[in-house]
Design a protein. Structure first.
Length: 255
């Protein structure tokens, strides 16, 4: 859309410059310049109106299914819903952070629910765990947490740290756990920027997908940066096989 707007502005000024140059008297040139500026302003308003109309058509279907997806996951008995910072926005009713993190459609969908259903969803989210442990078929102890953590201090971390912390990413795996088979799986940080948090200068391509293993294979980030990659990852905790799903729908249409 920005290319269209810039191209339109360039076309208006290009044609306007030609017409001004062809005008006769200075008064005609001034009048032509004024007309060009006004026409350019009107053209931008028309383009912006179409952009707003497009956003309405994008947001409406998202709002209609956002809360539905949350309810479906919460109501599926074989799914363990681990709380993330976005769920915490709902619990805290923090509209500012919620909106800043793209929660407009979910807010609209929640507001369409009746009071009883909103309370049911809220209670279910409050009861979601901040982390979950699992021992796979090979006896490997696996912890799943939204933001991740260091193994020796998980039980001492606050809720906020388990939801938001990224400092652990840059720290090396503790020596006392060097021979431990423990693995920590987390999201929160898109894999495309993990290199920067670890201390590397590179930044991975926007379309880069797959599990991001680090700390000598003890930690793994599965956040695919879906807003730019259109991808989602399922990781088999028994075999550590990866199943990547890439949508052909533009990221602005993906929840």
């Amino acid at each position: 859309m920005s290319i269209i707007m810039n191209g339109l502005s360039l076309a208006v000024y290009w044609i306007g410059a030609y017409l001004i140059n062809e005008a006769g008297s200075p008064d005609e040139k001034i009048m032509m310049f004024s007309d060009m500026v006004v026409f350019s302003s009107y053209a931008m308003q028309v383009v912006m109106s179409f952009m707003m109309l497009t956003m309405i058509f994008i947001i409406l279907p998202r709002a209609s299914v956002s809360a539905k997806r949350i309810k479906e996951v919460l109501d599926t008995p074989n799914i363990t819903y681990i709380r993330g910072n976005h769920e915490q926005f709902i619990i805290d009713n923090d509209y500012r952070l919620w909106k800043l993190n793209g929660g407009d459609s979910t807010i609209e969908a929640m507001q369409q629910e009746d009071d009883i259903e909103r309370r049911r969803i809220l209670v279910a989210l409050i009861n979601t765990p901040l982390y979950e442990s699992y021992i796979n078929k090979d006896g490997i102890e696996i912890y799943l947490c939204h933001a991740g953590f260091d193994p020796e201090i998980i039980r001492y971390w606050s809720d906020e740290e388990l939801l938001w912390n990224r400092y652990h990413i840059s720290r090396a795996w503790p020596q006392e756990y060097k021979d431990d088979t423990m693995k920590i799986i987390h999201g929160h940080t898109p894999r495309q920027v993990m290199d920067q948090f670890i201390g590397r200068k590179d930044r991975r391509p926007k379309g880069d997908t797959g599990a991001y293993w680090y700390c000598d294979g003890h930690k793994c980030c599965i956040d695919q940066g879906s807003a730019v990659s259109n991808a989602a990852l399922l990781l088999d905790l028994d075999t550590f096989e990866e199943y990547i799903f890439v949508s052909s729908v533009p990221s602005t249409l993906i929840l």
